[in-house]
Design a binder for this molecule. Sequence first.
Ligand code: FE2
Length: 204
Amino acid sequence: MATGTLRDAFVDELRDSYDSEKQLIKALKKMAKAAKADELRSAFESHLEETQGQVERLEQVFGLLDEKVKGKHCDGIAGIIEEGSSVMEEDFDDATMNACLIASGQRAEHYEMAAYGTLVAWARALGLDDAADLLQQTLDEEKAADEKLSSLAEGGINEEAAGSGTDDDDDMSEDEPSARSKPAKVAAPRKTNGGPARAARARA
Ligand SMILES: [Fe+2]
């Protein structure tokens, strides 16, 4: 007979989040270093500070439950961080890199918002109101961090990225010619997507 309860699942989720915050502390340091705009760098740095507080808050919740402070490897956030790291290795111009860092950061924030949303709801359902209040504070911080990233993206970073490397831009990067100025190339025959005839039509 199954013996696991919602309280067990709750503790398990807490351990998952504890590990995920620790992974994010390392990732946010790298993202702050990779940011090519002061405002974006300081957004990552201030969320890094908040994240350290979130780790402490989770320790408090473990204390309230009389549970050992322990993380459990979070594969979900590891995957999101891994994707973010490969983007950082790309040879993007500065503005595009900033837009990509925001995209990666927001994926992580949304993952955390989902996790804390569940944790708050479960804590309330279990009658653990003190724990719920602590977790709600973290959820609010994650939402604010997400909104901050949106406001940076929409407040100029995306537009700047969209303008970099186009013909309209005088300081267009030399090594990234636009499609229009590229020398015409003969399409190699393609075996998929309709074959060579379709590829040639697409080029015409
Ligand atoms: Fe967090």
